[in-house]
Write a new protein. Structure first.
Length: 135
């Protein structure tokens, strides 16, 4: 068996970010990294955006200068998998109309009440890779 690693183009990364239902953010909390699942939206203008309440994720994302976001998946048949990583700065989405639009476009509608706040990641880095194997 041979393993094959392929780097994804920016367009492929954006497509996978847009199609994934669930991602994870990594933030620093009290000096150590923590990872939280989030149901996100990929917006061509904002990039990755996600809702959060006024607790740990929100404060950690806004107070630390960097945030990471990752999505991954297994392709049909299980013979290949992929991962996309976004690194950047978290910013709050201030426009209520934009928040309403993001809320309506999510794939998964977990716990994002109208009082939740939306953050987006101003990306400084986006990378993706696909790993497959050949017998």
């Amino acid at each position: 068996m041979t393993t094959w690693l392929e780097h994804l183009s920016d367009d492929e990364c954006r497509e996978r970010l847009a199609s994934a239902a669930l991602g994870r953010i990594a933030v620093m909390v009290d000096g150590h990294p923590e990872i939280f699942p989030v149901n996100h939206v990929y917006d061509p203008t904002l990039g990755v955006a996600f809702p959060t309440n006024d607790r740990t994720k929100l404060h950690a994302a806004l107070e630390w200068p960097w945030i990471s976001f990752e999505v991954d998946g297994i392709e049909d048949g299980g013979e290949a998998g992929w991962s996309v990583l976004v690194v950047g700065h978290a910013l709050e989405v201030a426009d209520p109309a934009v928040c309403d639009d993001l809320r309506a476009r999510r794939h998964v509608r977990w716990g994002a009440a109208s009082d939740h706040r939306w953050l987006h990641i101003e990306a400084t880095k986006m990378t993706g890779r696909r790993i497959s194997y050949v017998l």
